[in-house]
Design a protein around this ligand. Structure first.
Ligand SMILES: [Fe+2]
Length: 408
């Protein structure tokens, strides 16, 4: 039996632990190949709460493989609260700013926070697009859920619009406690394939200036090489680090990067290389890319000028985006897919942003979390920690932490 080169666990041991804890019908297989990140785990029903040993195993699986996907959850019984319960084991779920009407002024001026009125909530906008064909799954309006979708503003009378892919990134890496884990539950994916090249969309590139013009041809080509069928693109920053020469690894472990919440903040320094506290595995953590969206503070490598920082990070990004570390995840309705933000970068693919037929709908629910994993729920995060790290402080309702009535 082959061993994953980055994993302290052997595949056959993990499989036998899965069979012991979840049943002999459970199977683990590579998402792409045995020597790369990503595993598919079939036969686990995530509507059922996890025991502590089961939670420990699922946390270990993510540590070992960076991305784990649980296909074919029963779409009749799976609710988004089941995803939120699962997220609580990996970290404290984070309310998403887009679920609030005044998040920016709340954050800046301390104004009392207000949820969006129901008519403006993403789930309502989704349900308005093709009401006879697609409506959001129950609990999708939780503050912790970010709805990844092209339904708002869409409808049968609308003109189709395309969007390019985004920057390679890790979600919200700039906070003092960065996100550890993100996960999707997939309700709908586009099924049409009538673009010129037989894919969902043509290859739409971002506008001039999206990336720094001096990034170099090879890096630019790697950044723009994105999947065209709605897949999420991932790059393995642990494998990329492990492949570097030992002397370069030693040097990189000394490098500090300045993180800032906002442009102009003094910020604080963090190591460029992340050490997984459970496995000791090293990865290039964020920000290992120099080009970020507007409004986000530029990255600064401690001791280097802006230009030297960019060139240094561009070199690393070119290495991380080497095709051998890439994996494009094709989503399927019913999938739950979890990824580590400490050992992957990802990118949203080019997509149809406005659609006029339900077959083009992309409807997925994302929850991200931070902090220590928890084997038992509810989590025991202190109020002080919550106030410092979860804005606004949010704890999942206790009934989300039990089995849904439909599946109990
Ligand atoms: Fe993201």
């Amino acid at each position: 039996m082959t061993t994953h080169p980055l994993s302290p666990f052997r595949d056959d041991e993990l499989a036998s632990q899965c069979a012991e804890l979840f049943g002999s019908h459970v199977a683990i297989s590579p998402l792409s190949s045995i020597d790369r990140m990503g595993r598919r785990i079939t036969g686990i029903d995530l509507t059922q709460p996890l025991s502590a040993p089961q939670a420990r195993l699922l946390i270990a699986l993510l540590d070992a493989f960076n991305i784990i996907s649980f296909p074919r959850q029963d779409q009749h019984t799976f609710r988004v609260r089941d995803l939120e319960r699962l997220a609580n084991h990996y970290g404290a779920p984070i309310p998403h700013p887009k679920n609030y009407e005044n998040y920016a002024t709340y954050q800046r001026d301390g104004e009392p926070l207000r949820r969006l009125p129901v008519a403006k909530q993403t789930t309502t906008l989704c349900n308005n697009a093709f009401p006879d064909a697609i409506t959001c799954t129950e609990d999708a309006d939780s503050p912790a859920v970010y709805v990844v979708t092209n339904l708002p503003g869409s409808g049968r009378d609308k003109t189709e619009m395309l969007a390019s892919g985004l920057h390679w990134h890790t979600d919200i890496e700039f906070e003092p406690e960065p996100l550890s884990t993100s996960m999707f539950y997939v309700q709908g994916v586009p099924t049409t394939r009538d673009a010129e090249n037989g894919s969902w969309v043509p290859d739409v590139h971002p506008p001039e200036g999206f990336y720094h013009p001096e990034s170099g041809d090879e890096l630019t080509q790697r950044r723009l090489d994105l999947p065209l069928n709605g897949e999420t693109a991932y790059a393995d920053t642990a494998a990329a680090f492990a492949d570097l020469p030992t002397d370069q690894q030693v040097e990189l472990r000394q490098v500090m990067v300045r993180r800032r919440l906002r442009i102009g903040d003094p910020g604080w320094l963090i190591p460029l290389v992340y050490t997984n506290p459970r496995t000791g595995r090293l990865s290039l953590h964020s920000p290992v890319w120099a080009s970020r969206g507007k409004n986000i503070a530029p990255v600064e490598v401690d001791g280097l000028s802006d230009r030297a920082s960019r060139e240094f990070l561009d070199d690393l990004e070119r290495h991380v985006l080497d095709p051998k570390y890439r994996y494009d995840h094709a989503h399927t309705p019913g999938d739950v897919t979890i990824w580590s933000n400490f050992s992957t970068l990802h990118n949203a693919p080019p997509a149809k942003r406005i659609i006029n037929r339900p077959e083009d709908a992309r409807l997925m629910y994302r929850i991200s979390c931070k902090g220590e994993p928890a084997l038992t729920l509810p989590r025991d995060d202190t109020n002080d920690w919550m106030e410092s790290n979860i804005l606004p402080p949010y704890r999942s309702p206790s009934h989300y932490l039990r089995a849904s009535p439909a599946s109990a």
